[in-house]
Ligand binder design. Structure first.
Ligand SMILES: [Zn+2]
Ligand SMILES: [Zn+2]
Length: 668
């Protein structure tokens, strides 16, 4: 065996390249996947070794010595490194920043003191035992578990577990995991937000007497590094985590589960590296030849299309577990009856009836704050955000105006700054609806679920506790309420305003609205009492709402997919969005105009003209964007391969920032 003389490392920098270093004799044991300290400019940095070799194209006088090694054994395996390099290639992002997403901060920081003993000591597989008896399965659940068992032993296959809310998807996950663990394998479970959905983690902890590594955004740097090492060492064979957990090395990984795969939080929406954890999970499954299960009651159109194309095998759980009946959905025409502070007379009557029967009622409104607008009736002044093309939201209880886009915060004025007349909150957010509900139903305590009401850790847990104990009778909240909570005594769900997204410009708005309605409706009537769902709208004849009510999510999705196909929108086309922002609108547009002329797109790839973003000014910066599209993924990727390096070399003022968003979720 010839000794390696050089190594190529990834370093956390926006430069789109890897860096060559000389390996001194003491570093003869260097292997790909180990970390090494290296001189970088005038500082020391932590690099991740991607390759070792006997030769380099870098002239000898430009090479510096690497060292010392920070790991005794590779921290990342061959397939983990391949996944990082695939992600850097597919998302056209510097591999060093991709590495920085994959490794906890403490593991890529140069330490003054000598690092603690080698980060990862490989374990023997510890047997995992069950704390509770698995639940009896329905025929559909049993078929799904069998399909997953067969796939795990054949080490292949991707699945879409499409289960209506309350159908017991989690039990399928648990039993598939038990099978995998019994064979000595490990499991990765991705979920959208652990803080908002503590149930999933709790169910796993309840079932398995084994360490579970839970990786989420609420961890301190120290805790994150510790939990990550638990996963990477094999000490925890169950790893549950949010988005970036998809890159965690897990010895013996044999099954990946992506719960609530339609959830937008799987896509990194800001910063530079805008990856989709769901799509990375599918690629990881392919590289490691292990099955991946995507689960949802309301699958994304991308996944439904992949079922049509045979890339995902559908597993369906069409019925609720036990004897629970699906909820009854009805549209309430806001134009046809008296409306009191946002509630139709018919809605109020239904709420009264359910509350008198001893049930709980859930009211959904996807808008937090007291009111979205502060208005002067005398002169028409509307409180604007000074840094965004947006209005300030009124937070009455705190006495503040707050911008939900940039966070700007100021005192709530009592008088119009322009003409001195009184100002009034216009419209309603959850805070105002809470006030209305307390007036209308003084005998039924109201619990508010949103980011303002439940700010501190533990507050969500306490609020859920009050719902389960029955002290809270009416729940009012945002999206937070749609995320998988189980409230067995809620028998009525009211969607206060379904119209917000009906006329949105984004082609995904309808898909999201349908998903939200179905998810929030799924909270109603799960045990022995059938649920009722009332959807208030000014446009009850809207075909989207009608199809959703008459044919359910599957029927709605089938129709909406045909529209997407006809319009050549994703998932029938591939897109990338070049986003730029600068201190002036002209600066952002100029960069995109120049970018557009860098290279003529080949046949089949269209480079649209640059346009200002829908909200052009945000946090004092001007945003613009340019869409690149193609019916073929390969054609789009081929163009981006050629175009992105040229973009990176484009001279631009320091004030300009740009990012390439491959498979963007928000296009308008
Ligand atoms: Zn005024
Ligand atoms: Zn703002």
């Amino acid at each position: 065996l010839t000794e390696a003389l050089y190594c190529q490392v990834a370093i956390d920098t926006p430069l789109r390249r890897v860096f060559d270093y000389r390996l001194p004799e003491a570093l003869a044991t260097a292997q790909p996947g180990m970390r090494v300290q290296i001189p970088f400019g005038r500082r020391a940095a932590v690099g991740l070794i991607l390759r070792v070799s006997q030769s380099t194209e870098v002239p000898a006088e430009k090479l510096r010595d690497a060292g010392p090694l920070l790991d005794a054994t590779p921290l990342l395996g061959t397939s983990d490194l391949r996944l990082l390099e695939w992600a850097a290639g597919y998302y056209h992002h510097p591999v060093g920043e991709v590495m920085a997403t994959a490794l906890p901060k403490l593991l890529r920081t140069v330490r003054k003191r000598k690092a603690r003993a080698a980060a990862v000591m490989p374990h023997d597989a510890t047997p995992v035992t069950l704390r509770e008896t698995p639940h009896a399965l329905s025929a559909a659940q049993s078929a799904a578990v069998h399909a997953l068992r067969a796939a795990t032993s054949a080490a292949a296959g991707n699945f879409l577990l499409e289960g209506v809310t309350g159908s017991g998807k989690t039990e399928v996950y648990l039993q598939a995991c038990a099978d995998t663990l019994a064979q000595g394998g490990a499991v990765l479970v991705l979920c959208p937000e652990i803080g908002l959905t503590p149930q999933l983690l709790a169910r796993f902890e309840q079932r398995f007497a084994a360490p579970i590594a839970a990786l989420h955004s609420g961890l301190t740097d120290g805790a994150r590094a510790r939990v990550w090492q638990q996963a990477a060492s094999g000490a925890a064979r169950i790893v549950i985590g949010t988005r970036s957990a998809v890159f965690t090395p897990i010895p013996g990984l044999s099954l990946i589960i992506v719960d609530e795969e339609h959830d937008a939080s799987y896509k990194q929406q800001d910063g530079g590296f805008r990856y989709s954890a769901r799509d990375v999970a599918l690629m990881r499954g392919r590289l490691q030849q292990i099955p991946v299960v995507l689960g949802s009651a309301t699958p994304s159109f991308e996944s439904l299309r992949n079922v049509q194309l045979g890339r995902l095998t559908p597993l369906r759980l069409p019925e609720r577990a036990g004897s629970a009946l699906p909820p009854k959905l009805a549209l309430i025409d806001l134009r046809a009856q008296a409306v009191h502070k946002g509630f139709a007379a018919q809605t109020l009557a239904a709420m009264r009836a359910h509350l008198e029967r001893g049930s709980q009622v859930l009211v959904f409104l996807n808008r937090r704050g007291y009111a979205p607008t502060l208005l002067c009736h005398a002169c028409g002044w509307i409180a604007p955000c000074a840094s965004c093309d947006a209005r300030m939201t009124v937070h009455l209880r705190r006495g503040r105006l707050n911008c939900h886009h940039c966070g700007a915060d100021s005192a709530l004025p009592e008088r119009c700054p322009r003409c001195g007349h009184e100002v009034h909150p216009l419209g309603a957010g959850t805070e105002r609806v809470e006030e209305t509900l307390a007036e209308l139903f003084p005998d039924h305590p109201v619990e508010r679920f949103d980011r303002d009401a439940l700010r501190a850790p533990g507050e969500l847990h306490a609020a859920i506790g009050r719902v389960h104990a029955g002290t809270a009778r009416i729940l009012i909240g945002t999206q937070m309420l749609a995320k998988g909570h189980h409230f067995p005594d809620v028998t009525l769900v009211v969607v206060l305003n379904a119209d917000q997204s009906l006329f949105a410009t984004d082609f995904r708005a309808a898909e999201r609205l349908a998903q939200t309605i179905v998810q929030v409706a799924g909270r109603a009537g799960r045990a022995d009492r059938q649920g009722e769902v009332l959807i208030q709208s000014q446009f009850p004849e809207n075909p989207l709402l009608r199809t959703l009510l008459d044919e359910g999510y599957a029927g709605f999705a089938a129709g909406a997919l045909q529209e997407r196909a006809a319009a050549h929108w994703p998932p029938f086309a591939r897109m990338a969005l070049l986003r730029a922002s600068d201190t002036t609108a002209a600066g952002a547009m100029r960069f995109l105009e120049t970018a557009r002329t860098l290279r003529a797109p080949p046949a089949g790839v269209v480079l649209q003209p640059p346009v200002p973003a829908t909200m052009a000014r945000r946090a004092g910066r001007h945003h613009a964007q340019m869409l690149v599209e193609s019916p073929q993924r390969a054609a789009l990727q081929g163009f981006l391969d050629d175009w992105t390096p040229r973009l990176a070399e484009l001279p631009a003022p320091r004030s300009l920032r740009w990012a390439l968003d491959v498979d963007p979720l928000d296009v308008f």
